[in-house]
Design a protein around this ligand. Structure first.
Ligand code: PLP
Length: 364
């Protein structure tokens, strides 16, 4: 690197590991001239709700105007639906932006940000980018080890990230387990509950995170329109948390962080309960389809509850995922997230899953 730049950039930024996105489907199709299926980024295979598409199209008529930076109508609707106050809702350019903002607002050099190994890489990036120290605790049996995390809290800990369900393992912890954990978290520590896959989880006792928000606890709940709502390309998500903290985040965020078509699409998507239900059912059936085949092939996997599965192949998967692309199937090798012998596959439609299973079976 240019030596002058190296001295201008803070040292804690120079060593950052970049986020590694899934390969875009267009790129693979261009390279291989095959129709590909992308099961690499936990996107909804059914796409967005038709109502959302129509709303986004209609909103384009006013695209010469700046959007409502405060997202009044969407925040109002989310607040009413979720039973929180409007001032407890903040919109983000995907929930990724809210992860970044939370770390920026709460961490400074000398602080510690705590999370799990084998979890969402943006936690690591945002903690380190704020100049704070990243502290991680190993997963236990592929799941967040809340007991070990509570023990890892020090007087410097300011922020804790919990992915529930955890990406990339798909495991979850219960609301009771979280309550126990929160009793061990000191008052000056904020806990981020990243519930990007909330709508997929059917397990009893999974989450009471909204109660915590209503009671004004020091938690931020993150949800997104990127996953079950099928709008990852629109870049819109939201956070729920203490007003006073959201006030600061609102001052720091870019004033027009969400676009008017995205806000309109999100409003319409909330109305399309049928689309969400259909997406959930497609995912449930797809999970059964894949699990049944993996059992038959005697392949190990983590029984995740979200819209993806972590599959352990017992050998390094960097080349494996590359090889699978030749079959026109994009999955994610997981070394960079801490699982060198695993791939993560998103649950797709029945025929997409079939393509993946056929490629897997041919390769094994
Ligand atoms: C996909 C995902 C997000 C959401 O990302 P967006 O920025 O909303 O698209 C957040 N957290 C986790 C753990 C995820 O897997």
């Amino acid at each position: 690197m240019n030596k002058t730049i190296e001295h201008m950039v803070p040292p804690y930024l120079l060593g950052l590991e970049p986020y590694v996105p899934g390969m875009p489907i267009e790129e693979l199709e261009r390279e291989l001239r095959v129709r590909a299926v992308k099961l690499a980024s936990n996107e909804n295979p059914l796409g967005p709700s038709p109502l959302a598409m129509e709303a986004a199209r209609a909103a384009m008529a006013n695209a010469h105007r700046y959007p409502d930076g405060g997202g009044f109508y969407l925040r109002q609707k989310l607040a009413a639906k979720l039973g929180v106050e409007m001032e407890q809702v903040i919109l983000g350019l995907g929930s990724s932006e809210l992860i970044d903002l939370t770390s920026r607002v709460l961490l400074r050099p000398g602080d510690e940000g705590l999370t799990s190994d084998g979890s969402f890489p943006l936690y690591y990036i945002s903690i380190r980018a704020s100049g704070a120290k990243l502290v991680t605790v190993p997963l236990q049996n592929y799941a967040s080890d809340l007991d070990a995390m509570a023990r890892a809290i020090t007087p410097h800990t300011k922020l804790i990230y919990l992915s529930n369900p955890n990406n990339p393992t798909g495991t979850f912890f219960t609301a009771d387990a979280l309550d126990e954990f929160l009793q061990r978290v000191p008052a000056g520590v904020m806990v981020v509950l990243d519930e990007a896959y909330f709508e997929y989880v059917e397990q009893m006792g999974y989450s009471r995170s909204l109660d915590l928000v209503r009671r004004g606890r020091n938690v931020i709940v993150l949800r997104t329109f990127s996953k079950i709502y099928g709008m990852a390309g629109m870049r819109i998500g939201y956070g729920l948390g203490p007003k006073e903290l959201l006030d600061v985040m609102n001052k720091l965020r870019s004033p027009f962080n969400t676009t008017s078509p995205a806000q309109a699409a999100a409003l319409a998507a909330l109305d399309d309960v049928e689309h969400v239900k259909r997406s959930m059912e497609t995912n449930r059936a797809g999970r059964e389809q894949i699990i049944e085949a993996l059992d038959r092939m005697r392949v190990d996997y983590v029984p995740g509850v979200a819209n993806f599965l972590l599959i352990e192949l017992g050998r390094d998967t960097a080349d494996f995922a590359g090889e699978m692309m030749k079959y026109g199937v994009i999955v994610r090798p997981m070394r960079w997230m801490g699982f060198p012998n695993a791939i993560r596959v998103t649950i797709g439609t029945h025929s997409e899953n079939e393509r993946f299973l056929q490629a897997l079976s041919a390769m094994l």
